[in-house]
Design a protein around this ligand. Structure first.
Ligand code: HEM
Length: 453
C-alpha cells in the first residue's frame, strides 16, 4: 500500500520485535509487555510455531491468509481461549465477547439491532453531548497540565452508558472506571498458569478474581437498578430494553454479564484510541490546525453531529492511522478445537493460535514506511485489505461496536481539535505497553491552549 506522502509525519517510538522467543518469554510477556515478545520472524514467515511443554504449541499467524482462515473461512474450528476466559471472565462472564457456539449466535442476534446504521445517528447525539462536556471540563482546567488519559476514559464511559443504555452513571461512573482499570492493570493480565492449565482448573489468581467478580457484579446491578428506576419513559427503545426482552431480568441471568461486557468493551478500547491519537497529534501542530480547520464550519452539536460525520475525512484518517499504530486489541487469540493446516503449518487440536494485529499493522510487506504516523495513507488510494488492517477483527466475530467506536473517536477528536491546541508537557517518550489492553508506560501530561476563533 502506498502512502500519499503529503501527511507523512514522525515515527513514534515503540519496542522492537524480539529476535528469539520461547514459550515462557511469550506467555510471560502478557503480564509485562507483549509487544516486546512478538518474534521478528512473524514479519517474514507465514506461521511461527513455538512448542509448549507437554506437547502443545502456540502458532503465530501474521499473514492476511492466516487471519482469513481463522477469522472467516474456518471459524467453527476455533474457539475462545481458556486463558482469555480466565482473565476477562470476571468482567465479561457469559457476555458476547466470551460466548461460543449456539449461545454466541443467539446473543449476537439479540444485540445486532442496536448496532445498525439506522440506530447510529441516535447514539451520536450522546457522543456529541459527551464531547461537549469533556471540552467544558478541559476548558475549566486550562492553565494546569491535563491528564488526557483519564479524561478520555471518562468521556468514553459516559458515551458507552448514555448511548447504549440511556443512563447517566453519575457517581457510579468513577467507581466503574477505577474498578475496570484497576482490574485490567493487575488481575486481568493473563498469567502463564492461565495459558497452560486445562480449562476449568483454578489458578493462583482464581480466589482474587472471584472476589473482584462479586464487587463488579454489585456495581453492574447498581447500574441496572438505576436504569430500571429511570424507566424507558418516552425515550426510544435502547439496548437495555432489547436485553430484558431477550434474556429476562433475573439476577443470575445474562443481563448483568451482557451490560458489563458492553460497558467495558465499549469504553476502554475507544478511550485508548483517543488517548493515542492525542499523543500522536501532540507532535504535529500543523495537522492539529488542519483538523481544526476541517471541523470549523461543521455542526458538531447533538442535532448536527451525525450529518457532519462524513465530512470529517481527515479526523477519520487520523483515527484509522491511530488504530493501525496502536490497535487496542493488539492480538486476536483462539484455541484450535480441531486439527487443521494453515499456510502449510499443522495446527493440532488444543493449540493456542494468535494473530498479532500489532505485527500485521507494521509489516513493510504491506505498509509503506510502517513505523511512520501518516494519516494520508487512509485519505487517498484504496482501502487496505481487511485481513491486513484489522483493528476491529474480521469475519462473523468482528467488533459489534466498530461503527459506533469509529464515529465516536472521530467526533470527539474533531471537537477537541476545534477547541484546543495540545502539546506534551515533557520530553519523555510515551511507549506502548500491552497486557490486557494497550496503555502508555507512564501517564503523560498535556498542555492545552484555547484555539482562537
Ligand atoms: C476503538 C474501539 C474498539 C476496538 C479497537 C475494538 C476491537 C474489537 C476486536 C478486535 C474484536 C474482535 C475480537 C476477536 O475476534 O477475538 C471486538 C469484539 C467485540 N467488541 Fe469491540 N472494539 C472497539 C469498540 C467497541 C465498542 C464501542 C463496543 C460496544 C459498543 C464493542 C463491543 C465488542 C463486542 C461485544 C465484541 C465481541 C463480538 C463477538 O464476539 O461477537 N467494541 N472488538
Amino acid at each position: 500500500m502506498t502512502a500519499s506522502g503529503t501527511l507523512a509525519r514522525h515515527a513514534p517510538p515503540v519496542p522492537a520485535l524480539a529476535e528469539r522467543v520461547g514459550w515462557l518469554k511469550l506467555l510471560g510477556a502478557f503480564r509485562r509487555n507483549t509487544l516486546e515478545a512478538f518474534p521478528r520472524a512473524c514479519l517474514d514467515e507465514p506461521a511461527v510455531t513455538i512448542p509448549l511443554p507437554g506437547g502443545g504449541r502456540i502458532v503465530l499467524l501474521a499473514t492476511p491468509a492466516g487471519a482469513r482462515h481463522v477469522l472467516l473461512s474456518a471459524t467453527e474450528d476455533f474457539t475462545r481461549l481458556p486463558a482469555g476466559r480466565r482473565a476477562i471472565g470476571p468482567i465479561a462472564g457469559n457476555g458476547l465477547v466470551l460466548a461460543d457456539g449456539e449461545a454466541w449466535r443467539h446473543q449476537r442476534r439479540v444485540l445486532a439491532p442496536a448496532f445498525t446504521p439506522r440506530t447510529l445517528p441516535l447514539m451520536l447525539r450522546f457522543v456529541a453531548r459527551s464531547a461537549e462536556e469533556s471540552c467544558r471540563r478541559l476548558e475549566g482546567g486550562l492553565g494546569a497540565p491535563a491528564d488526557l488519559r483519564s479524561e478520555m476514559q471518562r468521556t468514553a464511559l459516559d458515551i458507552a452508558t448514555t448511548s447504549m443504555f440511556s443512563l447517566e452513571t453519575g457517581p457510579l461512573g468513577a467507581e466503574i472506571r477505577s474498578l475496570v482499570s484497576g482490574y485490567l492493570d493487575r488481575l486481568g493480565r493473563p498469567t502463564v498458569a492461565d495459558f497452560l492449565l486445562p480449562p476449568g482448573w483454578p489458578t493462583p489468581s482464581s480466589p482474587r478474581r472471584a472476589l473482584f467478580r462479586r464487587r463488579w457484579l454489585a456495581v453492574v446491578r447498581a447500574v441496572l437498578a438505576a436504569r430500571r428506576e429511570q424507566g424507558s419513559g418516552s425515550a426510544a427503545r435502547d439496548l437495555f430494553d432489547l436485553l430484558i426482552e431477550a434474556h429476562g431480568d433475573s439476577p443470575g441471568g445474562l443481563l448483568a454479564d451482557e451490560v458489563g461486557t458492553l460497558i467495558v468493551a465499549g469504553h476502554e478500547t475507544t478511550a485508548s484510541t483517543l488517548f493515542w491519537a492525542c499523543t500522536l497529534l501532540a507532535r504535529e501542530p500543523g495537522l492539529q490546525d488542519a483538523l481544526a480547520a476541517e471541523a470549523a464550519g461543521l455542526d458538531l452539536s447533538e442535532e448536527g453531529a451525525s450529518a457532519s460525520l462524513p465530512r470529517l475525512r481527515l479526523a477519520r484518517a487520523v483515527t484509522q492511522e491511530t488504530l493501525r499504530l496502536y490497535p487496542p486489541v493488539y492480538v486476536i487469540a483462539r484455541r484450535a478445537a480441531r486439527a487443521s493446516t494453515v499456510e502449510g503449518t499443522a495446527i493440532p487440536a488444543g493449540s493456542i493460535v494468535m494473530i498479532p494485529t500489532w505485527v500485521l499493522h507494521r509489516n513493510p510487506r504491506w505498509w509503506d514506511r510502517p513505523e511512520t504516523f501518516d494519516p494520508g495513507r487512509f485519505l487517498d488510494g484504496p482501502e487496505p485489505d481487511r485481513f491486513v488492517y484489522l483493528p476491529f477483527g474480521a469475519g462473523p466475530r468482528i467488533c459489534i461496536g466498530a461503527q459506533l467506536a469509529q464515529a465516536e473517536a472521530i467526533l470527539v477528536l474533531a471537537r477537541l481539535m476545534r477547541g484546543f491546541r495540545l502539546s506534551l508537557a515533557g520530553d519523555r517518550p510515551v511507549l506502548p505497553v500491552a497486557t490486557t489492553v494497550m496503555r502508555p508506560d507512564h501517564v503523560p501530561r498535556f498542555h492545552l491552549a484555547r484555539r482562537a476563533g
